[in-house]
Design a protein around this ligand. Structure first.
Ligand code: COA
Length: 165
């Protein structure tokens, strides 16, 4: 898999993956990514954060975003010197269940450890049992939760998870 960091002008690639994933989640009764994050937000995060796409056999297969800010404080987080935040992580629905998510999560952990981060944090929609199971299987630890109002005014209950590096 080739990992590419997107320039702002390439944000649509991540946005398309998020939209496809949102549609698949909607078919499972989960509407937190439908509609997906606005293209303008993805474009902005290509500058303020780091937005990635993984390419497999010439096709955009997965996306995720890494940043150092833009998150809530929570008493459940561990004390950290250099925390990073992982968001908008998804594997294209056609490619899920084949180890891509695991492989990418492991590559992210190794890369950010090498960059000096000491913890990676994320949050997962409470209703998305599959995503919670995925992260816990990969060694992320639950530490509290919060409620978020998304870009479209939807209230969403989330579980915090973190992985010490
Ligand atoms: C969650 C997601 C990223 C997982 O990616 P994936 O490529 O399908 O996952 P993998 O095939 O690498 O699975 C990795 C491990 O998680 C487990 N897992 C994956 N999906 C699971 C599910 N629905 N229920 C239980 N365990 C699951 C697998 O059993 C596997 O364990 P193993 O390697 O020990 O066998 C992907 O399904 C996805 O994009 N979902 C929609 C968007 C989303 O919810 N993103 C998370 C936002 S925080």
């Amino acid at each position: 898999m080739i990992i590419q960091r997107l320039e702002p002008g390439e944000a649509r690639r991540a946005h398309d993956l998020l939209a496809a994933s949102g549609q698949a989640l909607l078919r499972q009764g989960l509407d937190h990514w439908s509609p997906p994050a606005p293209l303008a937000s993805v474009t902005e995060q290509c500058t303020t954060k780091e937005v990635f796409v993984a390419v497999l056999a010439g096709r955009d297969a997965a996306t995720w975003t890494m940043g150092t800010f833009g998150w809530h404080d929570d008493p459940g987080w561990s004390v950290a010197r250099s925390p990073w935040y992982l968001s908008r992580f998804t594997v294209h629905p056609d490619l899920q269940g084949h180890g891509i998510g695991r492989a990418l999560a492991e590559r992210i952990v190794a890369a950010w450890r090498a960059r000096g981060a000491d913890v990676i944090r994320l949050d997962v929609v409470v209703a998305s049992a599959a995503a919670v199971a995925f992260w816990e299987r990969l060694g992320w630890r639950r530490c509290g939760g919060w409620n978020w109002t998304n870009w479209h005014g939807k209230h969403i209950d989330l579980i915090n998870l973190e992985r010490k590096l």
